[in-house]
Design a protein around this ligand. Structure first.
Ligand code: TNX
Length: 483
């Protein structure tokens, strides 16, 4: 970032957006909708302009990698250039963050919008910059997930991991297995109505995310965390008897019967259902299985991995799967780096060719309380303050796991204690902004003091968007709505 000083660019009701090609024009329409609140103040998308304009360009020779961009703001004009659409989209998100926070109010009367003169060249440090949403413990409907996707996009995150099944609920249709949603889809923690996504709704979410350059990573948790499936399909149990539905919050008590034709057919159907949607990865959980022997667990994971890989997708599992033999290219999502035995096994998996996504539970578990006064959330991993969530280096987290083996970072939001989108927002922000910055910014350019100041200035933008973020006392928050 190079602040150039001097006069800002000022967006007025007549400022055009210059964009050619379908993708640049689509991204331009998004920016136009942000700037304008009425037909009179919404910028026109044009092919060329003589007056000061905002130019959005995709130029395959622009450099900065597949997700990077360059942004230049001067009094005479704004230009965002990227070699691919994702980079152009991220450049526009940066432009959005440079615009006054009041641009986020959807109906406020138009006032000219200054953008400070600056030159930026930007590209992400990591390829996987994610959030996980647990829609199994409590179900969140399509509009709630779209809201999460919108907020992820503002923060340039690119992976939405959906935890689609657990003991308390099954949330996605599987062709030929209507019991899963008819029985397993009707429960949630605390006994509420639950719910599930129809195939059309889920496809709509995947497309909505893709329009914002976010790839959905679906997770069906196996072989444990499966009570909802065990209640729906009796044959998945070794005794052939359906389990009772479960709406509590214990973990580790359920597992499918390993090695039976019924279980193998079930895994095949589930993986085929997930592989029918656009995507590149399939997450099969693997966590907290207490009801199987070590041999049964390894047999299950190795078989499930083969089923996923046969579809051409990459297999992802929680760090528990490092107890099995993983194929090179498998992805291990690390949640317990603080447990020495887990850290050793993960390093071994990396030595054998696996890569990792880092979700340290004592840092970026978004469902862990901020401090002792937080009403929502859990405390089993301690307390995760705003600084805790930000102030760590992915390349230094685990011995034997160098930066090159780290695909990226993801903040998981488990939903035992969360039931509304406002609950989601409160636990996610500000901590998810820290995940985003860890994902983008080189370690040498990061500091808690710098981040803390920028976070304080970002509060009014969340407020304008109606995000019910936690005003942590660790940060000096700028006042809202008074620019
Ligand atoms: C552990 S993290 C779990 C989840 C819980 C979470 C609560 C992981 C792979 N398993 O089942 O929801 O803790 O923080």
């Amino acid at each position: 970032v190079e602040w150039r000083g001097g006069a800002p660019f000022v967006v007025t009701p007549t400022t055009p957006i210059v964009a050619t090609g379908a993708e640049a024009r689509r991204i331009g329409r998004g920016l136009a909708a942000l700037i304008g609140n009425t037909v009179d103040t919404t910028p026109q998308i044009v092919e060329a302009a003589t007056e000061p304009a905002i130019a959005l360009r995709i130029d395959p020779g622009a450099g900065h990698g597949p997700e990077g961009y360059a942004l230049e703001v001067a009094a005479s004009g704004v230009e965002v250039v990227a070699s691919a659409p994702a980079g152009l989209f991220y450049g526009v998100q940066t432009l959005r963050q440079l615009l006054p926070a009041r641009v986020e109010y959807g109906a406020a009367l138009f006032r000219p919008l200054p953008i400070p003169a600056v030159r930026i060249a930007d590209a992400p440090r990591f390829a996987w910059r994610g959030m996980m949403l647990d829609v199994a413990r409590h179900f969140f409907g399509v509009p709630d997930v779209e809201r999460v996707i919108d907020l992820m996009a503002l923060h340039k995150l690119n992976r939405l991991h959906l935890h689609l099944s657990d003991d308390q609920g099954w949330r996605i249709e599987v062709p030929g297995r209507p019991e899963l949603t008819r029985v397993g889809g009707r429960t949630q923690v605390g006994g509420g109505p639950g719910g599930f996504y129809t195939t059309e709704e889920y496809a709509g979410l995947v497309a909505y995310a893709a329009e914002r350059f976010i790839t959905v990573v679906p997770e069906i948790d196996l072989p444990g965390h499966t009570n909802a499936a065990l209640a729906s399909i009796p044959e998945l149990n070794c005794d052939g008897r359906a389990r009772a539905p479960y709406t509590g919050t214990n973990v580790g008590f359920s597992a499918v019967c390993v090695g039976t034709p019924a279980t193998d057919a079930f895994v095949a159907d589930v993986v085929a259902a997930l592989a029918a949607f656009p995507g590149d990865m399939i997450h099969l959980g693997g966590d907290e299985v207490k009801e199987l022997s070590a041999a049964e667990f390894a047999t299950f994971v190795e078989g499930a991995q083969r089923v996923v890989e046969a579809t051409g997708r990459t297999f992802v599992g929680w760090d528990d799967v490092s107890a099995a033999a993983l194929t090179p290219g498998a992805v291990v999502q690390v949640w317990r780096p603080q447990v020495p035995a887990v850290a050793r096994r993960v390093a071994q998996a990396v030595a054998e060719g696996a890569s990792v996504v880092l979700s340290p539970s004592d840092r970026i578990y978004l469902d862990i309380k901020y401090d002792a006064d937080t009403v929502l959330g859990l405390t089993w991993a301690g307390l995760n303050g705003v600084r805790d969530a930000y102030d760590w280096d992915p390349a230094a987290l685990l011995a034997g796991v160098p930066e090159a083996a780290v695909l990226g970072v993801e903040g998981p939001l488990w939903a035992e204690t969360l039931s509304t989108v406002s609950d989601i927002e409160f636990m996610s922000f500000p901590r998810l902004a820290g995940v985003a910055e860890i994902g983008w910014t080189p370690q040498t350019a990061r500091s808690w003091t710098g981040y803390r100041a920028r976070l304080g200035a970002f509060g009014p933008r969340w407020a304008a968007l109606g995000v019910s973020f936690y005003r942590s006392p660790e940060v000096d928050w700028a006042p809202d709505g008074v620019e």
